[in-house]
Design a protein around this ligand. Structure first.
Ligand code: CA
Length: 255
C-alpha cells in the first residue's frame, strides 16, 4: 500500500530553563524525522542535540538507498550501526575538547518508507503511535528509573521524586559501546506517530496526551496544543514534539 506522510514539529523553551537544549528536524525527501535532547550544561547540551539532527540525515543517506524498502532484516542492523557511528563521532568530539566533557544527547528517530517505519532511540526521548483511539508507547526509556521500576525496586509513585530521576543509561556520545534500540513497524492509513522529549512526557500523562491528540486539528495545531498543555502543567523542561501522520497516497487515474 502506498502511504504518504505529513508532519509538523515544534520546540519550546518551557517556563523554567534559560536555553533550549532540544532540537528536531525533518528530512521528508528520505522520510527521516528526528528529535534530540542534549545534556552536559546549557551550551554543550544545545550543541550536542544540534550535532545529532545535523549529522544523522547524512549518515542515514550513506547507509540507506533512497526509496529502499525497509522490509528486510538488515534495515534494523543498519540503523543500529548508523546510530552507533553517530554516538562514536560525538564522543570523539567531546574527548578532544575538555570544555565539552559530559556532553551527550538523546535521540529518537523514525525512517518512513512506504508502509514501514523504522524507529530507533537512545535515552528518554520517546516515540508513540496513535491508532484507533489508542496511544501506545513504542520506546522504553533508557533511564536508571526504568531499570529500578523493571526490577521492582521502586514503585511508580517513588519514581516521581527519586534522586536518580533524569539519569540516562544510554545516550548518544556515551562511553562504551553505544546500544540503540530499533523496531520496525507496519503503518496503517490514519496512524499518527509522535516523537517527543521528556519535557512533554514529564509534564503530561499519556491520558492527557491522548485527549489532545484525539481532538481533530491540523498537525501544527496539535503540536501547539501539546506544548501549551506542557507549559500549563509547569513547563519545567524544554518541550519538543514532532507529529507524523500517514495517509493513502492519491494515485492518478487513467481516462
Ligand atoms: Ca529534557
Amino acid at each position: 500500500m502506498k502511504l504518504t506522510v505529513q508532519y509538523a514539529g515544534l520546540t519550546d523553551l518551557g517556563r523554567v530553563r534559560r536555553t533550549n537544549e532540544d532540537n528536531w528536524t525533518a528530512d521528508p525527501e528520505q522520510g527521516l524525522f528526528i528529535v534530540a535532547d542534549g545534556m552536559g550544561g546549557e551550551f554543550a547540551g544545545a550543541l550536542a542535540s544540534k550535532a545529532v539532527v545535523a549529522t544523522l540525515p547524512e549518515l542515514v543517506r550513506k547507509c540507506f538507498v533512497t526509496k529502499e524498502c525497509l522490509a528486510n532484516g538488515r534495515a534494523r542492523r543498519r540503523m543500529t550501526n548508523v546510530i552507533g557511528t553517530l554516538s562514536t563521532q560525538l564522543r570523539r568530539q567531546t574527548q578532544n575538547e575538555p570544555g565539552l566533557a559530559g556532553m551527550g544527547s538523546t535521540v529518537v528517530c523514525a525512517l518512513v518508507r512506504g508502509s514501514k517505519a523504522l524507529v530507533a532511540h537512545m535515552g528518554d526521548s520517546r516515540a508513540y503511535r496513535l491508532r484507533a483511539g489508542q496511544l501506545k508507547q513504542l520506546t522504553k526509556d533508557h533511564t536508571l528509573i526504568q531499570v529500578l521500576l523493571h526490577s521492582g525496586e521502586i514503585t511508580r509513585e517513588e519514581a516521581a521524586t527519586h534522586p536518580a530521576l533524569g539519569r540516562l543509561t544510554r545516550s548518544v556520545g556515551m562511553a562504551g559501546e553505544p546500544l540503540p534500540q530499533t523496531r520496525l513497524l507496519e503503518l496503517s492509513p490514519g496512524d499518527l506517530l509522535m516523537l517527543c522529549t521528556d519535557g512533554l512526557t514529564g509534564m503530561l500523562s499519556d491520558d492527557q496526551i491522548l485527549s489532545i491528540l484525539k481532538e481533530p486539528a491540523p498537525l501544527a495545531k496539535q503540536c501547539r496544543r501539546l506544548v501549551d498543555a506542557a507549559n500549563g502543567a509547569g513547563g519545567k523542561d524544554n518541550i519538543t514534539v514532532l507529529l507524523l501522520s500517514s495517509c493513502r497516497r492519491k494515485t492518478k487515474t487513467r481516462r
